[in-house]
Design a protein around this ligand. Structure first.
Ligand SMILES: [Zn+2]
Ligand SMILES: [Zn+2]
Length: 112
């Protein structure tokens, strides 16, 4: 992989990852595969248009999975690493960011 996500994190410049061509292409691919439908709402039987592609293993903790569609869990099963979701579900996926948001708005939502 030609971009160094770990270096972006270390330099506090993760925004560069979310604006790089590789991520934007992968993101568009995942949204298309999910038919622009929020997968968390879908599980609850609700249709909601997806606006975000969420990393199940957060980028900051797992930079090696930043551009990976799947990951292998502890049981050796292949799971989805990238999931399309709506704003609301995405917030629920990042409770650790909620407090910070009150103080300071993120530059882009996807910087989460
Ligand atoms: Zn949702
Ligand atoms: Zn996320």
């Amino acid at each position: 992989m030609s971009i160094d996500v770990k270096a972006y994190i270390e330099s506090g410049d993760l925004h560069r990852f979310y604006t790089c061509a590789q991520w934007l292409r992968l993101r568009a691919e995942v949204l298309a595969e999910d038919k622009y439908e929020c997968q968390f709402c879908k599980d609850k039987g609700i249709y909601m248009r997806a606006t975000i592609v969420h990393h199940i293993n957060h980028v900051r903790r797992h930079p090696e999975l930043a551009l990976s569609k799947y990951y292998i869990d502890d049981n050796g099963d292949r799971k989805r690493q990238l999931v399309s979701c709506c704003d609301k579900c995405h917030e629920e996926q990042h409770p650790e960011r909620m407090k910070q948001n009150k103080k300071r708005a993120p530059i882009t939502k996807e910087q989460w």
